[in-house]
Design a protein around this ligand. Structure first.
Ligand SMILES: [Zn+2]
Ligand SMILES: [Zn+2]
Length: 272
């Protein structure tokens, strides 16, 4: 299905069901309506292995699903709300995430790397002793391994996640410095019929145009990549769809004509 006419769809939003967000689902929905969005995917966290936390996942998944579906129905005439989930991957969690997806039905499944070799990538300590190149390479290698070992997802979240807490003056991630890693990731995604998410903000102070190389997007396209979406990873309402237009512009410049969102695990294409 193709939806005509450019309208923003934010594919990555965290609500009160994520341990690190205080946003109510309805708050996110109302903000998205106010911004004139086409839709949002609620993608709360399931991270079965998160160093420093025993339970970085949704406590009551049935309640989560019921709640999202309630708002999906309530606002269906004003906004498309989809039931998503962000599954954090480590070697030890592939099986648990599989079981989760066997037991519950979602519109949209994000796969994500937050932890590399037992270390939380969102902590400065992850970067100690490794240096920038190695820190980024290990993260990209973990992304590749997750794609290979956990294939039941729709899109891979925030390929630039490792940049967020990187303690370097120049945090940028250029295609040319990590070309082998990106090529392997993209070939695997394309072969499996998956795609990835362009995240609208690496952190509160950096915008994507400063640190995410458009050549990464161009290379994905060149290799035959079609599925791509935009997500804000908003944990509060002010971040919803922030920087979205720039990302859409960058994707257009890289040759993409459509963005993707998912309904009932099927891609829906949105004209850029
Ligand atoms: Zn994430
Ligand atoms: Zn997230």
């Amino acid at each position: 299905m193709i939806m005509k006419g450019f309208k923003m769809f934010d594919n990555h939003i965290h609500t009160i069901y994520s341990k690190d967000s205080g946003m109510q689902i309805e708050e996110a929905v109302l903000k998205a309506i106010e911004l004139g969005l086409k839709g949002i995917a609620i993608t709360d966290h399931i991270d079965y292995e998160m160093p420093g936390f025993d339970d970085f996942y949704i406590d009551d998944i049935n309640k989560y699903i019921k709640d999202v579906l309630m708002y999906k129905e309530k606002y269906k005439d004003k906004l498309t709300v989809t039931l998503g989930i962000e599954t954090g991957q480590t070697q030890g969690t592939y099986k648990k995430n599989e079981e989760l997806l066997n037991n519950y039905k979602f519109d949209y499944v994000l796969s994500a790397i937050h932890v590399v070799n037992g270390e939380d990538v969102y902590q400065k300590s992850y970067f100690e002793l490794k240096g920038k190149k190695k820190s980024y390479e290990l993260y990209l290698e973990a992304v590749f391994n997750a794609i290979e070992n956990f294939p039941d997802f729709d899109m891979f979240a925030h390929l630039d996640y490792v940049i967020r807490k990187a303690p370097y003056k120049d945090k940028s991630m250029n295609y040319s410095d990590f070309s082998d890693y990106f090529d392997e990731i993209f070939k695997s995604l394309i072969y499996k019929g998956k795609g990835f998410e362009l995240n609208t903000g690496v952190d509160k102070f950096l915008s994507i145009d400063e640190v995410f190389d458009i050549n990464i997007l161009k290379r994905y396209k060149e290799l035959g990549g079609e599925k791509i979406c935009i997500g804000s990873d908003a944990h509060d309402k002010n971040r919803i769809a922030s920087n979205y237009e720039y990302c859409a512009y960058a994707l257009k410049k890289a040759g993409f004509k459509y963005l993707t969102c998912f309904l009932d695990r099927n891609p829906v294409y949105l004209e850029i």
